[in-house]
Design a protein around this ligand. Structure first.
Ligand code: PLP
Length: 393
């Protein structure tokens, strides 16, 4: 018997899963593991989310299927948040779709849009479901490197006329995981113009737009002139509000793109739990009161992490956004080997850059998931491993 198919066989190993398995074993052995691997911070969810979930869970109407329409109040809260935050107006039905986390929409969009032979332009290093969704749709990934010399901006100008002709979808993610880069306004204007010219759908993955520092404000792609013709944007409550496990987010954008995703999702799931949609609505309604302290927590962690790494000889430019530090390794250190030794010998989990595609080699990603004291302890352990490596294997 065969237990896979040509598409699933093409999928690479899912890095965060591999680390989670090793971490479970080490915890079972009683080790003090510091997990800076997955982008899953230790922040509690907002109390407004918890109390509205509790109330909504007690109402039997919320135990019914949500279907794709879901809760109108959640759609209205999304509209209100996007109006206040980005000064854009979206229609709650035609231009918004609730998602079971933004991963749901990102991974399924290629199924809705791409045929075999179509190209999907994917940044590398990048969030793994871009590649996974494209492979599962039977389309062809066109991997484009994010390079430090380009400020980690995807360079679409470098593509050939034939590649641009075959490309039907490009996925962009700024503020970026894992490089923590942000996209200048002019760059986004340029990308939108190119997508319109070549009739390429622009999927803009924006889960880190609220985790910004030093006065930087991350835009919505829908603010860019002309974007509403070509773009669909993905948002999430996961990172902004400490709600990763709640699985709630949304897509917003051109009605035809929302309908295409909705059509596919009708056959895959029945929408997020209605009680969670109530809680998400209540959270978005007061987003502005919650976000300053969440941002401040990540800023403190960023500064503590950058300073602690500098102390052990690793230099990182403090990022303007995201919950990640993208840390270059000393020449010649392979990121998987480094990350595996760090976990097995010092019990610190980080993401090897190469796990997010070959373009990530030479870096590790540190997620700011724990407080400043734990980040300092993690840096001390990293320093110990570097000292040992300096003395040879
Ligand atoms: N996009 C990026 C770039 C991410 O890093 C993540 C999570 O790590 C997601 C999307 C998915 O977030 P969620 O499905 O929790 O909304």
């Amino acid at each position: 018997m065969r237990f896979s198919n040509a598409r699933s066989e093409q999928l690479p190993a899912y890095a965060v899963q591999r680390i989670a398995t090793a971490k479970r074993r080490l915890l079972g052995e009683g080790r003090d593991v510091i997990d800076l691997g997955a982008g899953d911070a230790d922040l509690p969810p907002p109390s407004v989310a918890v109390s509205s979930l509790a109330t909504a869970a007690g109402d039997p109407r919320n135990s019914r299927y949500a279907f794709q329409t879901g809760l109108m109040a959640f759609r209205e809260s999304i509209v209100g948040y996007m109006r206040r935050r980005f000064a854009i107006t979206v229609d709650p039905v035609a231009e918004v779709l609730p998602l079971i986390g933004s991963k749901d929409g990102l991974a399924h969009l290629p199924l809705a849009l791409l045929d075999p032979g179509d190209l999907c332009i994917i940044p590398e290093p990048g969030y793994s479901p871009y590649l996974g969704g494209t492979i599962l749709a039977g389309a062809e990934p066109l991997i484009c490197p994010l390079r430090p010399e380009n400020e980690f901006l995807l360079d679409l100008e470098g593509l050939s006329a034939e590649q641009l002709r075959r490309a039907r979808l490009v996925i962009l993610n700024y503020p970026n995981n894992p490089t923590a880069a942000v996209a200048p306004w002019d760059y986004l204007v340029h990308v939108v113009e190119l997508c319109r010219r070549h009739e390429i759908v622009l999927a803009y993955d924006n889960p880190y737009c609220e985790i910004t520092f030093d006065g930087y404000r991350a835009p919505s792609i829908l603010e860019i002139p002309g974007a509403r013709e070509v773009a669909i944007e993905f948002h999430s409550l996961s990172k902004s509000f400490g709600m990763t496990g709640w699985r709630i987010g949304w897509a917003a954008g051109r009605p035809e793109l929302i309908s295409a995703l909705l059509k596919v999702k009708q056959f895959l799931d029945t929408g997020p739990f209605l009680a969670i949609q109530h809680a998400a609505a209540a959270t978005l309604d007061v987003a502005e009161t919650l976000l300053p302290s969440i941002r401040e927590t990540f800023r403190e962690r960023r500064d503590a992490g950058v300073a602690a790494l500098a102390r052990v000889g690793m230099s990182v430019v403090p990022p303007k956004a995201t919950m990640y530090l993208w840390v270059p390794l000393r020449d010649g250190l392979a990121s998987w080997t480094f990350a595996e030794r760090l976990l097995e010998e010092e019990y610190v989990a980080v993401l090897p850059g190469a796990s997010l595609g070959a373009g990530g080699e030479g870096y590790i990603r540190i997620a700011l998931t724990v407080n400043a004291a734990r980040l300092e302890e993690a840096a001390t352990r990293i320093g110990r491993l570097l000292d040992r490596q300096g003395r040879g294997p």
